[in-house]
Design a binder for this molecule. Structure first.
Ligand code: HEM
Length: 316
């Protein structure tokens, strides 16, 4: 291996051992540390996190009470594992399961907690068959004691624009209009509906009646709706696509109880001629309206059966 190469190897080892020798002068900073609880947990000094920020909601609510194993731990949405996954699976995200009557556009609608499914699921048993969140509590969860405060924190975050962790807001989407009510009027008198979702019974002898519709749209004024039309059929899901006719916007509405059992203004009207129908016929009605962003048929093929039935007239 040649004398020279051997010399180089030994010289390198000598240099290395001299330079690696523990220098008695370097202090070990941990030597002076007096361990408060030597065998205890290292405590993190929790900085004050704004409880109505997404970080605060995640720390106080979503992580300890919702992202439990087998629940919102990535298995299904909303995903409450991190601040970001919580934000992205809540804001402007369409719910998987909706309220059968009072459809909500998103899990969180920035600026509007009343139309946010997140709040609905914390306060109501959706459709009386879903339970109220959280469905179960981890041992040690402070949810029961702080429930009212926590729900108010979430409402305040939503109403303040549902800001992300950098205090940016997502744009408020222009959600489609929703059906709020349908009434039948003869000579200015509203014809009673036999039950919440029951057809409206109308004597054929009336000849023709006025039908009024009511909608809900938080982003667009009713007077800005365009292309309002109606259609009718005695066949449940079968409408003549050429039979869509104009429905008018009436600035002076007819006020009456709507599909959600609340008093609502019906601004849209058309006249239905009954002469071509027989007593006993059930007339199924559909409408189409457009706002700045959306065109929608209400009710439509995806509507709940109760909603389809709500928009019918039975002749006698
Ligand atoms: C405060 C904590 C919680 C919040 C804020 C919360 C929120 C929600 C929301 C908004 C939905 C509706 C999702 C959609 O339809 O798009 C939902 C559904 C669901 N959550 Fe929670 N949740 C919480 C805790 C829990 C816990 C602890 C469990 C499990 C024990 C759980 C199990 C479920 C299940 C199985 C569903 C889907 C079925 C259904 O819609 O009823 N959740 N949750």
């Amino acid at each position: 291996m040649g004398k020279m190469r051997l010399f180089i190897v030994f010289a390198a080892i000598a240099v290395f051992s001299i330079s690696c020798k523990e220098d008695a002068t370097i202090d070990n900073p941990y030597d002076d540390q007096v361990p408060e609880n030597a065998d205890g947990e290292v405590t993190i000094d929790d900085k004050e996190i704004n409880p109505i920020s997404i970080q605060g909601l995640h720390k106080n609510i979503f992580k300890p009470t919702c992202a439990n194993s087998g629940c919102h731990d990535g298995l299904f949405e909303p995903d409450f594992r991190t601040v970001e996954s919580s934000f992205n699976s809540l804001v402007n995200q369409e719910p998987i399961k909706n309220d059968e009557v009072d459809l909500l556009p998103a899990r969180v609608v920035p600026g509007d907690h009343a139309r946010s499914m997140l709040i609905r699921r914390l306060e109501e048993d959706l459709n009386n068959n879903s339970g109220i969140m959280p469905l179960a509590l981890e041992p040690g969860s402070d949810w029961e004691q702080k429930k009212a405060e926590y729900i108010q924190n979430i409402k305040d975050w939503i109403d303040a624009g549902a800001l992300d962790s950098d205090s940016n807001s997502r744009e408020v989407l222009d959600y489609p209009p929703q059906l709020e009510g349908m009434i039948v009027v003869k000579n200015g008198n509203i014809i009673n509906r036999g039950g919440r979702y029951n057809p409206i019974n109308v004597p054929k002898s009336h000849g023709s009646v006025d039908v009024w519709f009511a909608y809900k749209d938080a982003e667009s004024a009713f007077s800005e709706f365009t292309n309002m039309r109606w259609n009718n059929s005695i066949h449940f899901m079968d409408y003549d696509s050429l039979a869509w006719r104009t429905m008018t916007y009436e600035a002076t509405p007819m006020s009456a109880v709507g599909i959600n059992q609340e008093q609502v203004d019906h601004h849209f009207k058309f006249t239905l001629n009954l002469s071509t129908y027989e007593a006993g016929d059930v007339i199924w009605l559909r409408t189409r309206v457009e706002d700045a962003e959306n065109q929608i048929e209400l009710p439509n093929d995806n509507s709940q059966y109760n909603t389809l039935k709500y928009c019918t007239i039975r002749l006698y």
